[in-house]
Design a protein around this ligand. Structure first.
Ligand code: PMP
Length: 423
């Protein structure tokens, strides 16, 4: 069977069986059958450099993770109503990577569940209801988190008790929104107050992934946090994208801002592909929640998940992946910046560790968005996987697995150079 015909057959089968909500990347979707390290292979045996998937963050199908998973799966897997040592070993390891005031770890299966639980805890512990987010954020797919995800539901889908403030865009208008970020949060709190609403939480993705990938100055982030705390709210760092070493300066993105979050939520890279999430919380915040409500998640924190989580931490440490994210990230950043000087449509290159946003501009926004998706398509034809993000769809999103090497960075930059040259 020729490959286009078999992909077409799979697409038709997928639409028939899974319904209309599933979206595939690319005009001609890729049928992947295998992954290893930074490489993905399609059904025809074609090899792609993965510069997009942060879930398989320590590398696709890392043998150490696979071994931990299969070993524990062959021994015992059950829920958290029985005593188990491995979940405690894992909690100890994970908490050891975080500031000591974050004393409890609660386990979920997804980032959405983690944020959902964090919001419940914030509302319960503060007695307040409002949540402040950025205006093109994504925080999850449950009702509560979708309503805090304007990227998914639009501004109109955010309930009136919450406020979406302009993301701290460090590029547009000379970085005005980043400069004014704390002030905009203060204004949102005032605006809430006028309607008798108080903030339960400020919920921020430390890399502003959906908003277009921004790394604003630490001081505006800390000031924004102070405003929310003064108004009786807490600070939740959503580390689903930025956590586990991606930003190359340590394990957690919030630390780059000197922020002291009350809750940290995590997901995606936590399990190298295995569905896991976690809420790390200041103990005081859950004491009353714990006695009044309790929390049970059938699969969250199961022994297989704990074994996988420990293996992921072992690999990050053992292979020096944070250091790699820093050094190869800096090298990749230089290669991308060199493209900026050669291609007029590259307006801004921003990054931290191995997380890059490359903003493309054209004569108007629609053209910029169209060119951005054409670049993503051209890269795929050239064997390199990336994607795009941002409210205008004009930011290339580059977020490879952490074992990305210098020659991988060169391949990425050369493919991007070719894609940009075709204009
Ligand atoms: N927070 C952020 C910042 C995310 O990017 C995502 C997923 N894209 C989520 C939360 C939700 O995670 P999950 O898809 O695992 O539920």
């Amino acid at each position: 069977v020729d490959s286009a015909a078999s992909e077409q057959a799979l697409l038709e089968r997928r639409a028939r069986l899974l319904g209309p909500t599933y979206r595939a990347f690319y005009r001609s979707p890729i049928h992947l059958v295998r992954g290893s390290g930074v490489w993905l292979y399609d059904a025809q045996g074609r090899k792609y450099l993965d510069a997009y998937n942060n879930v398989a963050s320590v590398g696709h199908c890392h043998p150490r993770v696979v071994e931990a998973l299969s070993g524990q799966a062959a021994t015992l897997n059950t829920h958290t109503r029985y005593l188990s040592e491995i979940i405690l070993d894992y909690a100890e390891r994970l908490l050891g990577t975080l500031p000591p005031r974050l004393g409890h770890a609660m386990f979920t299966c997804t980032g959405s569940e983690a944020n959902d639980l964090a919001i419940r805890i914030a509302q319960h512990s503060t007695g307040n209801t409002g949540v402040i987010i950025t205006d093109f954020a994504y925080h999850g797919a449950t009702i509560a988190t979708a309503q805090l995800s304007p990227a998914a539901v639009g501004a109109a889908g955010v309930p009136a008790r919450h406020r979406a403030v302009a993301a701290p865009d460090t590029f547009r208008d000379g970085g005005r929104a980043a400069h004014d970020f704390a002030r905009n949060v203060a204004a949102a709190i005032e605006d809430m107050r006028a309607q008798n609403i108080r903030p339960a939480a400020l919920l921020l993705d430390s890399a502003f992934s959906s908003d277009g990938i921004f790394f604003p100055d630490a001081s505006v982030m800390r000031d924004a946090a102070d405003h929310v705390r003064k108004a009786g709210g807490i600070v939740i760092a959503d580390e689903v994208q930025s956590g586990f070493g991606r930003l190359g300066q340590g394990m957690w993105g919030f630390a780059n801002y000197g922020l002291a979050p009350d809750i940290v939520t995590m997901g995606k890279p936590i399990g190298d592909g295995h569905p896991m999430g976690a809420v790390i919380v200041r103990p005081q915040l859950v004491s009353s929640f714990g006695s009044n409500t309790g929390y049970f998640n059938t699969f969250g924190g199961n022994p297989v998940a704990a074994a996988v989580g420990i293996a992921v931490l072992d690999v990050i440490e053992g292979e020096g992946l944070i250091e790699n994210a820093r050094t190869v990230g800096a090298y990749t950043g230089e290669l991308l910046a060199a493209l900026q000087s050669r291609h007029g449509m590259v307006a801004d290159v921003r990054h931290n560790g191995l997380y890059f946003g490359v903003e493309l501009m054209a004569e108007d926004e629609a053209t910029a968005a169209a060119k951005t998706s054409s670049v993503v398509e051209a890269m795929r034809e050239d064997g390199v996987l990336i994607s795009s993000c941002g409210p205008r769809g004009n930011v290339l999103k580059i977020r490879p697995p952490l074992p990305f090497a210098r020659d991988n960075a060169e391949q990425l930059a050369e493919a991007l150079d070719r894609a940009l040259s075709n204009w």
